[in-house]
Ligand binder design. Structure first.
Ligand code: MIG
Length: 795
């Protein structure tokens, strides 16, 4: 534990006190191919319009920036954008696409505007600077009321204004506090929302970067070394920025349906019997389950890609038996390879020279679980390929998901990671670890994803990672690491995962129940209620803590926990449909209210409720002994999911929420997709129900619905089903229109479809695509004001 010594005055220098030299005056500007190069008194700046709404700005103190080096974040190839330069006495003006830059000449200051001339990102007293120790900083002006979102995986609240944030992937077992920073994932991307006008910035640097948002009028981002490259992304809406950021960094693949089911984990289920017992218990108790995780105990002395046969004598049979029951086994794979001449992976790795090396050319070793270990150099394509192939036997046994842990990389030494001067080959652009640190985990996840993809032969892989960088969504889901069974950590999980979603990582979740420390029944219930609406839904806990499987705290708790796991299964088609939207547009499944209501200041730092898609509001209870809470409903008409009570938005309500109740509200005009509870996604979804909510002024709803087999990549060849539709009340009847948009796959539920329309005052005739629906297929429940229609076939 730290003492007051850590705030000794002699050990502190404020950022303002460090001397930074200004980039200085403009000397000359030239156009080189597709970029403008500014030669300035203290360095060079390149400006390149790479898409209609995206500009890349790169600063290098000593030489013209290198614009060709590979990026771990960016996957969008620069598009050819017509640009224009106009030179005026005191400034030059560059325009391209929807973006305009006014660059002051003495000193160089960059002001970015939209096409209408609104100032977005601009510089004032300070701009680009270089410090004596090689740090590069870029100052930007703040405006009163600016809000800052994104920054990936960070503790604390949604709006990061007023904080300082460091990007340096770090294994943090110590309790995650609002000040605990950095954590495992580094996504140097943020968005500013300025009263409904938004823009984003990605700082593409895989070394250490810092964002200092503590001052009132200016903030800055700082790179410790290399060149300072950043991308400006225009809005004007937050949604457009998220969409463009994910176009820039690549969108996630469609994760298999089972990835959205309930997952059970523990550090560790140590033996084959234990694993079987856990799964058997789920099945006997009829608690749905799609995956169980094997933590480090399954390995032989923590040697990656081995199995301890004394604990798991029939490993392959276990995988098969559980698969038969609809349960996937997800083993952990860490990067550290035990130094042991008898161990095949290590010996082969040495022979192939895959491990990271010190400057003197010898292999770098550091202690992790297996003892002294070597670390694959994932920056090299050949090493990623080799590592990927090592999953062959897992895949042959039936494994489709891998859990990458410790990939910051975590090393049990003072620096917590590998030595900074370790050299990465980096495909011909060698770089020290210091410069590539934040990319290590992502490169490992890439290797895992691509290796599985290759081996799985047409089936979809699932990868869960602890560390990552901008673009990690292309390869893996992210869980937020070692949280604790604290109510505060349940609360923290919401803004943390919301900001991950805004930073491209939609598939995210926190350990349900909390990893370290001891859960209790009430906490597990409340966490499961909230967790059921996080995209990634896994209960995980550590070796020292009390057990926290759904049945660990007695029957009453088990009953409620089970009910919410079942609720998740009912909502699976809705989640899957949103995943499709996410794959197409980058829109996260789990959204902060500000994303949908960017003009409503009540949403700007709303941390204890969130949306699923654009119209389902989740307001979990996150305090002990609490049976009510305040809920803010934004403008519009809302319906209480449990009672069908109608509520006017634009104000707060006190929700009544006894232990068995998670407050859920649906916006009128929304369409919700549900299916009956299954024990796992392996069981076919034999029925699809659509729920439509009408209000006095909202009498029409439209939707799109997507489905496919959920486990192969055949959807890429057109084997998917998609329809669009509308439901409306008009002239004394209910009119349904369904249009098949794509018919490459026939879901089982096509034979059984139900439509529920809530907010209807009487029994009405129903017309489907112009044809009257037979009377006997229509029912009306006056108490719920609900009209239900059975649609025999999706015609
Ligand atoms: O430093 O594999 O965050 O989920 O159970 C501990 C053991 C290593 C950290 C992970 C946690 C996992 C644990 N791992």
């Amino acid at each position: 534990m730290d003492t007051s010594l850590s705030i000794h005055p002699d050990n502190f220098t404020a950022r303002e006190q460090v001397s930074f030299a200004d980039i200085g005056d403009l000397i000359a500007v030239e156009k080189e191919q597709d970029a403008y190069l500014l030669r300035c008194a203290q360095g060079y700046v390149s400006i390149q319009f790479i898409a209609e709404h995206i500009v890349r700005i790169v600063m290098n103190a000593s030489q013209p920036p290198n614009l060709r080096s590979g990026s771990q974040a960016v996957r969008l190839a620069p598009q050819s954008i017509a640009t224009e330069m106009e030179e005026q006495a005191e400034r030059i003006v560059l325009s391209g696409g929807a973006v305009r830059l006014e660059i002051g000449k003495a000193p160089v200051r960059i002001r970015i505007q939209d096409a209408a001339g609104n100032t977005l990102l601009d510089e004032g007293e300070h701009g680009l600077c270089i410090s004596g120790n090689g740090e590069l900083a870029c100052y930007k002006r703040k405006q009163a009321g600016d809000r800052f979102y994104g920054f990936g995986e960070k503790s604390g609240y949604l709006d990061k204004n007023g904080t300082q944030i460091v990007m340096w992937n770090t294994d943090v077992y110590a309790p995650h506090n609002p000040e605990t920073d950095p954590l495992y994932v580094s996504i140097p991307f943020y968005m500013t929302n300025r009263g409904g006008n938004a823009f984003g910035v990605l700082v593409d640097n895989t070394g250490k970067t810092t964002f200092d948002l503590r001052q009132r009028e200016e903030y800055c981002f700082v790179a410790e070394g290399g060149q300072l490259a950043y991308y400006f992304i225009a809005g004007p809406t937050l949604k457009e920025v998220v969409s463009r950021y994910t176009a820039l960094t690549g969108r996630a693949p469609l994760w298999p349906k089972w990835a959205f089911g309930y997952h059970q984990s523990r550090f560790s289920y140590e033996t084959e019997e234990q694993v079987r017992l856990i799964v058997r218990t789920f099945r006997e108790k009829r608690i749905p389950l799609d995956a169980i995780y094997l933590d480090i105990h399954y390995m032989d002395g923590y040697r990656v890609f081995t199995v301890d046969r004394s604990r798991f004598p029939n490993f392959e049979q276990l995988i098969k038996d559980l698969l038969d029951q609809g349960v996937r086994v997800v083993p952990i794979v860490d990067p550290g390879v035990k130094e042991d001449a008898e161990y095949a992976i290590y010996a082969e790795g040495l022979k192939r020279s895959v491990f990271c090396k010190k400057p003197d050319g010898s292999v770098f070793y550091g202690p992790v679980w297996p003892g002294n270990s070597a670390f694959p150099d994932f920056s090299e394509a050949r090493v990623r390929e080799w590592w990927g192939k090592n999953h062959k036997e897992f895949v042959a046994a039936g494994i489709e998901g891998i859990w990458n842990d410790m990939n910051e990389p975590s090393v049990f030494q003072d620096s917590k990671t590998m030595d900074l001067d370790v050299l990465h080959g980096n495909n011909g652009e060698p770089a020290p670890h210091q410069a590539l640190h934040n990319a290590y985990g992502q490169l490992m996840a890439q290797s895992t994803y691509e290796g599985l993809y290759e081996e799985l032969n047409g089936r979809r892989p699932f990868v869960l990672t602890r560390a990552g960088y901008a673009g990690i969504q292309r390869y893996a889901a992210v869980w937020t690491g070692d949280n604790r069974s604290f109510w505060e950590h349940l609360q923290m999980a919401i803004p943390m995962c919301l900001n991950l979603g805004l930073s491209g990582v939609a598939m995210a979740g926190a350990d349900v129940g909390g990893f370290a420390f001891d859960a209790n029944g009430e906490l597990l219930v409340r966490w499961t209620q909230a967790g059921a609406f996080f995209p990634f839904f896994r209960n995980h806990s550590e070796i020292k803590s009390v057990r926290q499987e759904p049945w660990a705290f007695g029957e009453e708790i088990e009953k409620i926990v089970t009910r919410y796991i079942e609720l998740r299964y009912r909502w699976l088609p809705h989640f899957y449909n949103l995943q499709r939207e996410c794959a197409l547009t980058g829109m996260p499944l789990m959204r902060p209210l500000v994303l949908e209501y960017p003009d409503d200041a009540n949403t700007y730092n709303l941390n204890d409720q969130f949306l699923i898609g654009d119209s389902v509001l989740i307001a979990p209870v996150m305090q002990p002994d609490m049976e009510r809470r305040l809920v803010y409903l934004p403008a519009g008409d809302w319906v209480d999911y449990w009672t069908n009570e109608h509520l006017r938005g634009g104000r707060c309500y006190i929700a009544t929420a006894p232990l068995d109740t998670l407050p859920i509200y649906i916006k009128s005009g929304a369409v919700i997709f549900q299916s009956p509870v299954r024990q796992s996604t392996k069981e076919a979804m034999q029925e699809l129900a659509m729920y439509v909510y009408f209000a006095e002024k909202v009498q029409t709803a439209t939707y799109r619905f997507y489905d496919d087999d959920g486990e192969t990549i055949n959807h890429k060849n057109g084997e998917y089903y998609e329809e669009s539709g509308s439901v409306s009340l008009a002239a004394g009847s209910l009119e349904i229109r369904i249009t098949i948009e794509h018919d490459g796959y026939t879901p089982e539920w096509k034979r059984k479809r139900l439509l529920y329309v809530q907010g209807v005052s009487e029994r009405l005739p129903v017309v489907l695509n112009g044809q009257p629906v037979p009377e006997e297929q229509i029912h009306f429940a006056a108490d719920k004001r609900m009209l239900s229609i059975s649609l025999a076939d999706g015609k």
